[in-house]
Design a binder for this molecule. Structure first.
Ligand code: 5RP
Length: 233
């Protein structure tokens, strides 16, 4: 296993071991490669038949099924005891950039529905200011026919580049989210005021949600290069 992969696993296992509520009934499971280890660890719990897991998209639905966990939907269970998810970048105030895997709307819905939201990541995700490490830009889910207008609007808000996320090697066409929307990546450089930037983008007609998560994470676990796990709270 590579260093980064081991770091993801260590962070995920410790996050579950430290935080999983013994009497949890409803548990949110996020998306990405680090959450694979969260689902694996939760799948090892002896009481895994006593709670229901709520996915944030297609991949996490498969993870829940593959680890022998019970599957539910956020429509059935909208008050979660805890949720675990990865992040593309984390700052010391626990502001996050998410959406690298294109699931940001459902990820945010699940995160804000949980009493406790726990982030799992490797050492590369730590950043003193959002936008410093994650160079791809802020992921933004949008209603498909608004992309031309929103591209112009984002440039007016100061975006350096605005890219419609496309699929496949040939970039043959826009990727479609789990909610049948498009995704834009807008690079604003370093984001000094994530709340303000989120609010400005969110107010544009056609924007479904932004990948800026503020005031939602309780703790973030980072697998480090030396095999240890650090925490930001
Ligand atoms: C998907 C996400 C992921 O949680 C984020 O991209 C982190 O993924 P990984 O654990 O693979 O680095 O936001 O939309």
């Amino acid at each position: 296993m590579s260093l980064v992969e081991e770091a993801k696993k260590q962070a995920a296992y410790k996050a579950v071991d430290d935080n999983f509520p013994p009497h949890a009934k409803y548990v949110g499971i996020g998306s990405g490669s680090t959450v694979v280890y969260v689902a694996e660890r939760i799948g090892q719990l002896k009481n895994k038949d006593s709670f229901i897991c709520i996915p944030t998209g297609f991949q996490s639905k498969q993870l829940i099924i593959d680890n022998g966990l019970k599957l539910g939907t956020i429509e059935q269970f909208s008050d979660l005891d805890i949720a675990f998810d990865g992040a593309d970048e984390v700052d010391p105030q626990l502001n996050l950039i998410k959406g690298g895997g294109a699931c940001l709307f459902q990820e945010k819905l699940v995160a804000v529905s949980a009493k406790k939201f726990v982030v799992v990541a490797d050492y590369r995700k730590k950043s003193d200011v959002l936008g410093k490490q994650w160079k791809q830009g802020i992921p933004i889910e949008i209603v498909p026919n608004s992309y031309v207008k929103i591209t112009k609007d984002l440039k007016s808000l100061g975006a350096i580049t605005v890219t419609l996320r496309q699929g496949g090697k040939a970039k043959a066409g826009p990727i479609i989210t789990d909610n049948n929307n498009f995704l834009i990546d807008a690079d604003f450089g370093e984001v000094k005021d994530p709340v303000s930037l989120h609010n400005k983008i969110k107010s544009l007609v056609g924007v479904v949600e932004t990948g800026i998560f503020t005031n939602v994470a309780s703790v973030s676990y980072f697998g480090e290069e030396d095999g240890k796990v650090s925490q930001w709270t």
